[in-house]
Ligand binder design. Structure first.
Ligand code: ZN
Ligand code: ZN
Length: 360
């Protein structure tokens, strides 16, 4: 199902920057190259060595532009177009570029790490604003939320009080909106977006909920108004079990005295987990490259602050507590309707949980 075992020590991506054109001939990508006589992407005979593969100038220019264009692309057919015809589907061409080995992800050095962290902070501030100050959008279904549709946040009226379900929905929405704004999301197929959300969304939400409560000096996860993350109806269910869900992750965060920067980078690493069942191969390549960048930034951050060599693996090991917390939440929410069927309200919140639990 889900694994973080494949997270290796981040290495320099075998990449050249988009600006630099062809990489040095000694790059690792070059050594692995299968030399052909035609463009590896479109089959054209006018070839050169670009971005680590043999391809034509037109595909090189296409790849460079695609990596800089800030709009989502998709395929009108079934994400499997061929390139013999005149019309070249942008989505399939980009994924073919990735599959042939083209890379243009920059390696992460000092200034780049700072830029990554600042970007995450800005996005995270927007997420917090949406969570705290927006009303529940009307006419939105759980499926639409996970299909990368832009979510419109409107300010809530002063004095509006949220109950457990309202906070739950806004927490989901603000986290989904945050995730969709990552650049790699634009290049994933709708099917890949869906599987990624299924496996990473709840983990990410657990992390930011714990992060908020930890920053506020609390020992257990709470909603922003201080109310419990579980509905009142579950009082007395199994307090020890519920307290574990609410407090284990924060307990470890406090022991490690994690910083906001570390948690933001860990959140990004969780969101681009390539070890997800049913992810396409080009989707995995995209996610792995981005996760390595965030991993490298985290490593840099740990080194800069001289925490010692164990800091990086310690921060990453928080993911195992998040996975355990997620399993416990699944266990609880599958059991709870059986114990108290009459008390479970059917609404957008339960629809979201149903979507995350569904098989496909
Ligand atoms: Zn070509
Ligand atoms: Zn296509």
């Amino acid at each position: 199902m889900m694994s973080f075992d494949s997270f290796s020590e981040p290495s320099s991506p075998e990449a050249s920057s988009p600006e630099s054109g062809s990489p040095e001939p000694t790059s690792p990508a070059h050594n692995n190259l299968v030399y052909g006589t035609a463009c590896a992407v479109c089959g054209s005979k006018k070839i050169a060595f670009n971005y680590g593969v043999i391809c034509c100038n037109s595909c090189k220019m296409f790849f460079s532009r695609a990596m800089k264009t800030p709009i989502a692309i998709s395929c009108k057919r079934q994400w499997n177009c061929n390139f013999s015809g005149v019309e070249k589907c942008r989505y399939c061409r980009l994924h073919r570029c990735l599959l042939t080995g083209m890379r243009c992800f920059k390696s992460v050095d000092g200034p780049e790490t700072a830029r990554i962290i600042v970007n995450l902070m800005i996005k995270d501030q927007e997420r917090k604003n949406n969570l705290l100050n927006s009303k529940i959008p009307s006419n939105l279904t759980a499926t639409e939320m996970f299909e990368r549709k832009p979510i419109i946040f409107e300010p809530k009226a002063p004095g509006t009080e949220f109950d457990f379900y309202d906070w739950g929905v806004m927490n989901h929405l603000s986290c989904i909106d945050f995730a969709t704004k990552f650049r790699f999301m634009m290049y994933l197929s709708p099917a890949d977006v869906k599987v990624l959300f299924k496996y990473s969304h709840l983990m990410y939400m657990i992390l930011v909920t714990a992060m908020r409560s930890y920053s506020a000096g609390l020992e257990v996860m709470c909603h922003p108004d201080g109310s419990d993350v579980f509905p009142e109806e579950v009082n007395g269910y199994n307090n020890e079990f519920l307290n574990g869900i609410k407090g284990n992750l924060i307990g470890r965060m406090r022991e490690l005295r994690v910083t906001e920067e570390e948690l933001l980078l860990l959140g990004a690493i969780i969101l681009c987990n390539p070890a997800v069942t049913d992810m396409s191969q080009s989707g995995r390549i995209l996610l792995a490259a981005h996760r390595d960048s965030y991993g490298q930034a985290l490593l840099q951050n740990c080194n800069v602050h001289s925490y010692g060599p164990s800091r990086f693996p310690e921060i990453l090991s928080l993911t195992s507590i998040i996975i355990k917390t997620q399993q416990d939440i699944h266990h609880f929410s599958s059991l709870y309707p059986i114990v108290h069927p009459q008390q479970v309200k059917k609404n957008l919140f339960t629809d979201i949980l149903d979507f995350l639990r569904s098989e496909n």
